[in-house]
Write a protein that binds this ligand. Structure first.
Ligand code: ZN
Length: 108
């Protein structure tokens, strides 16, 4: 309920005609969510990088691995995002060959 109210508030304040926008578009966000740093920006896409921990059972050790994901960048979020920002992205249906996530907001 409260979540919908804030979503509607953002919807009224900003406008965009992107069908894949998480706020204005038809796309549904579901699945995993990622928090990572923006390392590259393209016209409709941004590359997010984050670290995760992988377990190697054979050696009983943990190691860090870096993952990059390509996320959809909608028109209304685009202007508030720069390289180096920490953003939140969520998994969606496949948008294109390399995109299956969408950026939903900036953290800092
Ligand atoms: Zn939008």
């Amino acid at each position: 309920m409260e979540k919908n109210e804030t979503k509607n508030k953002i919807k009224e304040e900003t406008e965009c005609s992107d069908p894949n926008c998480p706020i204005h578009g038809q796309i549904s966000v579901r699945g995993k969510s990622f928090t990572g740093k923006i390392i590259k920006i393209f016209p409709k896409r941004a590359v997010i990088e984050f670290q995760r921990i992988v377990k190697y059972p054979k050696y009983e050790r943990f190691a860090k691995a870096t993952t990059k994901i390509h996320a959809h960048l909608s028109d209304c979020i685009k202007h508030q995002i720069n390289i180096g920002d920490l953003v939140k992205a969520t998994e969606t249906r496949r948008i294109s060959k390399i995109k299956h996530a969408v950026i939903i907001g900036k953290i800092r």
